[in-house]
Write a protein that binds this ligand. Structure first.
Ligand code: NAD
Ligand code: 3PG
Length: 583
């Protein structure tokens, strides 16, 4: 039985809702009463419209450029705090608040300056403003593109030093050139639209982007190597994740079209700064325009890029327009006010997916669902995937409310690849906005009242990073179940495994022959990688096998290469940390 998301029967939904209590997914108890208004500290400049809106229901204090100890001193006197990227909201702040601080609002997208784990532990909801600065960031990308191509910043500095130099600053034209957008999400798509207006051909590299969305904008989706080799301009718009960290390194710059130009308004860590400096020295890259840096503010003394004439820089100004700041102010204030009133906002970043009273029964299943989503997307190759299919095998059959489990799968998939923070309220919408096709199948199986006897997630794709993960129907396939209260991955592709759904795991595929375990183990030992467990599964004696190895740290690229060369080993990959769900 296959059901589209929207077509689940109402009665079954209501019955299941009553059982899972899903209408009560609120974490923050309402803070204000009829007599007392909550107190909100605005720690960075916020648009006036947001401040005015906040004043309608809260006492508002503003204090900018506070030292960390000043913020800690304030923490026990406030119910909510609003920041941008310049304020670090550390564990010390939550500790110092002694339980009073209930909401942190981030007036922007990135929440890397907020300690989310500590916030969750201290029962503090974090909300952000994920959409209102998209256009501003795209405009800044285009501003940097034009300024770089026409040497605007350098020529301005030269004139201000009293020179009239019309020869040094001859630029390069954009019309008829090719730009590659890396990360075809909210900002990337807006940059592509504007680049078309400049007469540029637009390529996009985004393994998870929808082909239809790209085609509708006249954008060609290409591989990373094709984008590097073909584009005259490279504009970065992906999130900083373990998969994108230092993506632009020596190896990438070695493949880049010689003399091309790069713009980064995404996140600093996506480019390895020292590698970019080497690429500029070698003239592989002609110019760079950077809004974001590995450390912010960067260490100016001896910085490899900031002082160079072939690099222009701005101090993280992508979101800094009057309009965007008004927009994010309103977006974040709405979310903060809702949260203070005890409502769960769709902009909640660390919102619980499950009410506490039903967590006990569901905890291992939600960890399983998220882990399966994360594992499946972790196996996707460059070419991305077309759709997600989830199968629930449960004694409850059609009576099983799949909304929460589905949301956890979406969370597992999306939080690996986008800036999106998924919660129960926004999961389906975020999936829809990404053009993700989702199908669910309920199979009545198992006995008693257990939630699931097993569950699988499969992705339609043309290629996987680990070809053994592709099943007979050519889909990346992972399956799992809860055993004695613990979630396990039980199948990858056609291979049976038994992996706890947490920690980092190395997978190898090999011929079933002696010497593999020793060879791989010895190679890992050279990098002092500790092994927590090891399981081997084979299709037949002397046939093919896969081995799963729990690893406490990640081996270097050289050791990964060495493992690939162990006789009999065909392929190797690593699943990064599959996290326990925050609750
Ligand atoms: N400079 C600024 O002030 C500023 C302002 C807003 C956003 N940003 C940054 O811009 C970036 C994009 O933001 P957004 O709102 O468009 O996010 P988004 O989540 O809408 O889009 C990100 C896109 O990157 C893609 N992606 C994920 N992994 C990838 C990979 N390995 N290679 C290529 N693409 C990959 C995703 O599929 C997604 O389409 C983020 O890093 C965000 O923090 C910066
Ligand atoms: O994450 C964001 O929204 C942008 O990087 C902008 O950050 P800012 O609000 O500190 O300008």
């Amino acid at each position: 039985m296959q059901q589209a998301l929207a077509n689940r029967p109402c009665a079954a939904r209501r019955a299941a809702a009553a059982r899972f209590g899903r209408e009560r997914c609120v974490k923050v108890q309402a803070v204000s009463t009829a007599n007392t208004k909550p107190t909100v500290l605005v720690a960075e400049k916020l648009g006036a419209a947001g401040i005015d809106m906040l004043k309608q229901s809260c006492n508002v204090e503003t204090a900018y450029n506070m030292k960390p100890e000043e913020l800690c001193a304030k923490a026990s006197l406030i119910d909510a705090l609003i920041v941008r990227s310049g304020t670090k909201v550390t564990r010390a702040v939550f500790e110092a608040s002694k339980g009073r601080l209930k909401v942190v609002g981030r007036a922007g997208v990135g929440v890397d300056n907020v300690d989310l784990t500590a916030a969750t532990e201290y029962g503090c909801l974090v909300v952000n403003a994920p959409t209102a600065n998209t256009v501003a960031a795209a405009e800044h990308g285009i501003a940097l593109l034009c300024a770089m191509a026409r040497n605007v910043a350098q020529a301005d500095a030269s004139m201000k030093s009293g020179k009239w130099d019309r020869n040094t600053y001859v630029g390069t034209s954009m019309v008829g050139k090719t730009i590659a957008v890396y990360g075809f999400g909210k900002v990337g798509a807006e940059v592509a639209r504007r680049a078309k207006g400049l007469g540029m051909a637009v390529l996009a590299y985004d393994p998870y982007a929808s082909q239809e969305k790209a085609a509708a904008q006249g954008v060609s989706l290409v591989s990373f190597d094709e984008a590097l080799a073909q584009a005259d301009f490279h504009s970065l718009h992906m999130p900083l994740t373990p998969g994108t960290k230092n993506l632009f390194n020596d190896a990438a710059f070695a493949k880049i079209k010689k003399g091309s130009r790069i713009i980064n308004v995404a996140r600093g860590g996506v480019i390895e700064e020292a590698a970019l400096a080497r690429a500029l020295d070698a003239k592989l890259v002609a110019q760079a325009a950077l809004d974001v840096f590995m450390d912010e503010p960067p260490k100016f003394d001896g910085h490899p890029l900031i002082g160079r004439p072939d690099v222009i820089c701005t101090p993280h100004l992508g979101a800094s327009t009057m309009e965007a700041q008004e927009g994010v102010a309103i977006e974040v204030v709405e979310a903060v006010v809702d949260a203070l009133a005890g409502k769960l906002s769709s902009n909640a970043v660390n919102a619980p997916m499950v009410p506490a009273e039903i967590l006990k029964e569901l905890q291992p299943y939600i960890v399983l669902a998220e882990g399966l989503g994360k594992a499946a997307v972790g196996l996707v190759k460059d070419s991305g995937f077309t759709d997600i299919a989830i199968t629930y095998s449960s004694p409850r059959g059609d009576d099983l409310d799949t909304r929460l489990l589905r949301a956890m799968v979406i969370k597992g998939v999306l939080e690996e690849i986008t800036t999106a923070k998924v919660n129960l309220v926004n999961a389906d919408l975020l999936a829809k906005n990404r053009g993700l096709k989702l199908t669910e199948v309920n199979v009545r199986s198992g006995e008693g009242n257990e939630v699931l006897s097993s569950m699988s997630v499969s992705l339609g794709t043309s290629a996987s990073r680990f070809s053994a993960a592709v099943d007979k129907t050519n889909r990346i396939y992972v399956e799992g179940k809860v055993m004695n209260g613990t979630p396990f991955l039980t199948k990858i592709g056609n291979f049976d495994v038994e992996l706890a759904v947490q920690g980092s795991v190395m997978l190898t595929r090999q011929r079933d022959q002696p010497g593999i375990v020793g060879g791989v183990g010895m190679a890992l030992a050279k990098d002092k990688v500790n092994i927590s467990f090891m399981t081997v599964s084979r299709t037949a004696k002397d046939g093919e096998a896969i081995m799963a190895i729990g690893i406490d740290s990640e081996p270097s690229p050289a050791i990964m290469q060495e493992i690939t060369s162990v006789p009999g080993v065909v392929e190797v990959t690593i699943f990064k940390d599959v996290p326990q769900t925050e609750q």
